[in-house]
Ligand binder design. Structure first.
Ligand SMILES: [Zn+2]
Ligand SMILES: [Zn+2]
Length: 265
């Protein structure tokens, strides 16, 4: 059994006219993927509302994560914060996220990204829920904010890990687990593969980040949660352990991290 710890299933990616999330989830189930953390982020709170609605409909398999992506940091006003805080308090919401810093695209000014990230770490702490961190080209500021805002109290995960070992060590010290996406299957990803080989087996999880980043051998296709199996196999191969052992460990880690049990139906 596998858990996809990070996927986006909004109607804009998987429209009802093509079967919507239900078909995606049943293909995943057929592949052995029984648990999902569905992330709802966007320019407004519609994706967050839709992730929460999906988790309410299928709570035995889905936990939602809601937040404001660093790309959209300029949209975080007092008003959106209040609504987000209400949504995030729902029991079907397993985590606050994805939140963080993205200095690669710089879609929002960096000072605005930092302020939004810090504020939302505070929300996670207030709700005692783990944090799903998005970080790209901003390793030092990400660690600084997690440390200074007391993120250690709730912990969480560095999603779509794309940094190096030095960053991984700091994140693990702060109580954050490491999530590997399809990027770990790419030939060019030697630094990430090194972390996948070395990181403690009880501190790693896997994800697709659907609809992006399909793993080898499906690279280039629209990504969906069923594909997490390929990412998990590659991580198992890198570590020299059977895929079953990796599946059992990452599932147990996901359940501990997101404080829920995922059940096949
Ligand atoms: Zn992300
Ligand atoms: Zn994402």
């Amino acid at each position: 059994m596998f858990v996809d710890t990070h996927c986006h299933l909004d109607p804009q990616y998987f429209p009802e006219s093509r079967g919507g999330p239900d078909e995606v989830l049943s293909r995943a189930q057929a592949a052995g993927v029984h648990g999902f953390v569905v992330v709802g982020v966007g320019r407004d709170l519609e994706p967050a509302r839709s992730a929460v609605a999906l988790a309410k409909r299928i709570p035995e398999r889905i936990g939602a994560a809601v937040g404001v992506h660093p790309h959209d940091a300029t949209t975080l006003t007092d008003e959106t914060y209040e609504e987000l805080a209400k949504l995030a308090a729902e029991p079907e919401v397993a985590a606050v996220g994805e939140i963080g810093l993205d200095y690669h695209y710089d879609h929002s000014p960096r000072d605005v990204q930092r302020a939004a990230f810090a504020r939302l770490v505070g929300l996670a702490r207030a709700l005692k829920k783990p944090i799903v961190v998005h970080t790209r080209s901003a390793p030092a500021d990400t660690i600084d904010i997690l440390a200074s805002e007391g993120a250690r109290d709730v912990g969480g995960v560095i999603h779509c890990f794309s940094e190096d070992r030095a960053f991984a060590e700091k994140a693990l010290d702060l109580g954050f687990d490491i999530s590997f996406s399809g990027i770990v299957t790419f030939k060019s990803s030697s630094a990430i593969q090194e972390v996948a080989t070395w990181a403690p087996l009880d501190r790693i999880v896997v994800e697709t980040d659907s609809p992006y980043l399909a793993p080898v051998p499906l690279r280039g296709k629209p990504c969906e949660p069923a594909f997490v199996v390929h990412t998990a196999r590659r991580v198992a191969e890198l570590r020299g352990i059977p895929a079953d052992e990796l599946a059992a460990a990452t599932t147990a880690n996901a359940e501990r991290l997101f404080r829920r049990t995922f059940r096949p139906t």
